[in-house]
Write a protein that binds this ligand. Structure first.
Ligand SMILES: Nc1ncnc2c1ncn2[C@@H]1O[C@H](COP(=O)(O)OP(=O)(O)OP(=O)(O)O)[C@@H](O)[C@H]1O
Length: 521
């Protein structure tokens, strides 16, 4: 009997060992262990989610102890909409102290600069920390970088095999890639136990230095063109990617970048074996189907979608989806003749307090250069940023604007998305962008992180096709709609997947003859 028991125990142990070894062999870099996860009872782990510690999100006792009414009130007040095909119910992390203890410890020094998580952070963290794919849609300047950045570092910290590139963040412009890299790097350095190395790869600069920086790297933040280049020459291997982020996701999935993104993702593990996060302030319907092909059962989290038309149901949305500007930005639209723009621009600049930072947007590169010259001739400290400038000059201009040595920055839409420049007081759209989405991103360079801001937009008859979209954005944010704008009609132009885009196509459309389409690489 005793022998029998012993035999049973031994063979069971052997079998278990063998199974474990087989699975380890089969999974290689996937780090997936067969043990069940520790996600809250309501949550169903996605395939590939049982990745060592990652996916073991356990709601903190402090959060569990909150009355349900507090949670409901928060979700209502912040207008949080969560659509989850798995119907998982995870409470938002209302305070940093609601994060699991090991995560609070890991990031305590970094998080101490903020009072509490922003709404997108509160709502997205539980899902991302559980290993789920997430589409996060929240207004400009609402802290989306940290919303995907903290779970990224946590995910990689929990991997037993960290070697190689395990996380990739893709962003549409070089300056944004640099900014996101700096955030991720700070977060990684500040996290007490992490030994992760991040680097940034983007076009317009020397490849050799970037190659050197890639040595021993676990996280890359990249623009698509340079990433693709480095993948083709064998410098970068993304086949072990565990966590993928598309920042400004709708921009990354539009026609200009679509092929690059498909190529990059096709070299990564399948969507069931990696975690994918897509974040943006605008989520037009035209790119949603494509987005879903790169994700596995994603949770869609939308913050701040209000008004009578609000619905979690795609069918009830127009082509622009949940297009909503930050309501703290005071928006003014001035309908005028194109010839009056210069005089009015100078008049506005004269009225601004001397040290206020002003971001002036043009549609075309040559227009941006011309405006920069005009503003300089009128005695202002001005810098410029657009695709015709060398990368070093672009970075110098941005640094001058950030530091305040230039109080005015004239930009094309290369600066419309993502850039977090402290204390921009006014965004001045001298020429309207090609889409209402780009307008929302442009004006979003002010009014960030809970601050107020102002946007003044010149609108001419040439822009009339976009009047309907603009009227909707103004109404959605409770801003006045001038009668002259309504005269152009309120029909919303159907968004075309191939027509959607920001700086790229527009910069290429300069002067009617030009057909060159340029993107950041
Ligand atoms: N919890 C927080 N509390 C206060 N400020 C925060 C918090 N999290 C991030 N921030 C700050 O908010 C600012 C905007 O953050 P971020 O650039 O991530 O915004 P975003 O939502 O990605 O904007 P965009 O849509 O324009 O890309 C940054 O300066 C960031 O440091």
């Amino acid at each position: 009997m005793g022998k029998h028991r012993l035999d049973d125990g031994t063979s069971a142990k052997h079998e278990k060992k063998r199974q474990k070894k087989d699975r380890k062999e089969a999974l290689k870099y996937e780090d997936i262990t067969p043990e069940s996860t520790d996600i809250t009872a309501e949550s169903t782990p996605a395939p590939g989610e049982q990745d060592e510690e990652n996916g073991k999100y356990k709601q903190s006792p402090a959060l569990t102890g909150l009355p349900q009414a507090d949670v409901d009130n928060y979700l209502k007040a912040e207008n949080v909409q969560i659509t989850d095909p798995q119907s998982t119910s995870l409470r938002p992390i209302l305070q940093f102290s609601h994060l699991p203890a090991e995560i609070t410890t890991l990031f305590s020094s970094f998080l101490s600069q903020f009072e509490k998580p922003s709404s997108i952070q509160s709502s997205a963290w539980p899902f991302l920390l559980s290993g789920r794919d997430v589409v996060g849609i929240a207004e400009t300047g609402s802290g989306k970088t940290l919303a995907f950045g903290l779970p990224l570092i946590q995910c990689l910290t929990s991997l037993k095999k960290k070697k190689g590139i395990r996380a990739v963040v893709v962003a549409p412009t070089r300056e944004l890639a640099i900014q996101v890299f700096e955030q991720i790097d700070k977060l990684s350095q500040a996290s007490s136990s992490s030994k992760l190395k991040a680097t940034c790869v983007y076009g317009g600069t020397n490849k050799d230095e970037q190659r050197r920086n890639l040595k021993g790297c676990n996280i890359i933040v990249a623009t698509p063109g340079r990433l693709k280049d480095f993948m083709s020459d064998g410098t970068i291997d993304v086949s072990k990617t565990r966590y993928l982020v598309l920042d400004e996701a709708d921009r990354m999935l539009d026609k200009g970048f679509e092929d690059d993104i498909k190529h990059i993702i096709s070299s990564m593990p399948s969507s069931s074996k990696r975690q994918t996060a897509m974040f943006t302030a605008t989520w037009p319907r035209s790119i949603r189907e494509l987005a879903s092909t790169f994700m596995s059962d994603p949770v869609r989290i939308t913050i701040g979608r209000g008004g009578p038309a609000a619905s979690a149901d795609d069918e009830n949305e127009d082509d622009h989806g949940e297009l909503r500007a930050n309501p703290r930005i005071k928006q003014t639209v001035e309908v005028m003749d194109g010839y009056d723009k210069t005089g009015r621009l100078l008049q506005i600049l004269r009225k601004q307090p001397k040290d206020d930072k002003i971001l002036v947007f043009a549609l075309y590169k040559k227009e941006a250069s011309r405006l920069e010259e005009l503003i300089r001739r009128n005695g202002y400290a001005v810098a410029g940023i657009h695709g015709d400038l060398a990368q070093a000059a672009r970075e110098r201009s941005l640094a001058a604007f950030k530091s305040g040595s230039s109080t005015i920055l004239v930009a094309t839409d290369v600066a419309a998305r993502g850039l977090d420049i402290p204390n921009v007081k006014l965004v001045l759209n001298v020429t309207f962008p090609l889409t209402a989405e780009d307008y929302v991103h442009r004006i979003g360079r002010t009014g960030r992180a809970g601050k107020d801001g102002t946007a003044i937009t010149f609108f001419t008859e040439q822009d009339k096709q976009l009047a309907g979209g603009l009227v909707n954005v103004l109404k959605g944010a409770g801003q006045p709609v001038p009668d002259e704008l309504l005269k152009f009609g309120t029909t919303v132009k159907k968004k075309q997947h191939e027509a959607y885009g920001a700086f790229g196509p527009k910069e290429g459309m300069e002067g009617k003859k030009s057909t060159k389409v340029t993107f950041d690489d």
